[in-house]
Design a protein around this ligand. Sequence first.
Ligand SMILES: [Zn+2]
Length: 396
Amino acid sequence: MSAVISILSDLIRIPSINPMGRSDCDPATCGEARMGRFLADWLAARSIRYQIQNVEPGRDNILAFLPATQNSASTILWEVHQDTVPVDNMTVLPFGGVVSQGRVYGRGACDVKGSMASMLAALEQLAQPEIFREKNLMVAFTVDEEHTFLGVQRLASEFDALLPPGWLRPECAIVAEPTHLDLVTCHKGVVRWVIRVKGRACHSSMPHEGANAVFAAAPVLAALESLASQIANGSSHPVLGTGTLSVGMVRGGSAPNIVPDTCEIIVDRRLVPGETAVMATVQVRSCLNGILVGRQGVTVSVDDPWLTCPPLPECVPDLVLESLLRNVQRHVPNAVTRPVSFGTDASSLAQIGIPSLVFGPGGIEQAHTKDEWVEIEQLNQAVSILFDCVAGIGHR
Ligand SMILES: [Zn+2]
């Protein structure tokens, strides 16, 4: 069994579920604390320099540093998240790490412990004393990608202070997500808000004594629908198309005989490069301004976003991208550069000026599924590709 497979099985056996705001997940399987400890111990056992960046109590980014063999080398950053989604309705052992017929199964196999195992296996090879390393390598193992991106946002906010003395800022960040080993150069961002409509409760037999928040939500929803079509017909990115707006949830009312005093509307807005969360928030607020004119006793307010992930614009310089693609294609001849539809940690790094792309074994269609798996062939290819992008081609 190759090293990457046994590392991946070990990682899957360490539950690191992100409860994503839910309170019904088994606490024994939640959080990244165990994963953070495993990673720190793993690095220490191999004498690889690392640093712990605390993000929240029990939630640490782990940062590893492996210097180039030569001085004044360029730096490359690998970033990978430690958390997984919950394990509801899984049909394979979520924490088994079972290897069968060319695949490894379990929660996180594909999203994104497969990538993490590939990075660890490549890092272990690169750290051998006889290996020539063309580039400095920093590896960031971050928390909370599956919910609110706290880990990468903390990493980005303190990035320059975390770089070892004399290291240049990364020429490129490779952010791990399942891409079937294609290089993903751009994606949309996302921002989500709660819109609160507040009225006054009373008995439903005398509705004129209250102010019905669910009725009042109707014109708010209509205004959002017309804003959605305005956005869908608005300015378009050449690869990603237009932004979108969708209402995903409406919550209001507690009983048929009570006039409801609150109604919450949860909005999901996808952003294309050029749009920001701040702009989108202003746009929603101004769309709703004055919407309840004439409705007594009702207010509507837009909370600050509870989730923000910026869009990823194409930002890796052509020369760097071409050399990375050549390296990938040596191992996977049909690999391409392409966009994806999901948000990743890459955009938060791009926002601080680090050219970033997304890459990893497995397909997004296997992520978060009831029988999550990753192909062993892609794991092995990923190890070789990651190794070469630090060692330099010709030094294997
Ligand atoms: Zn992921």
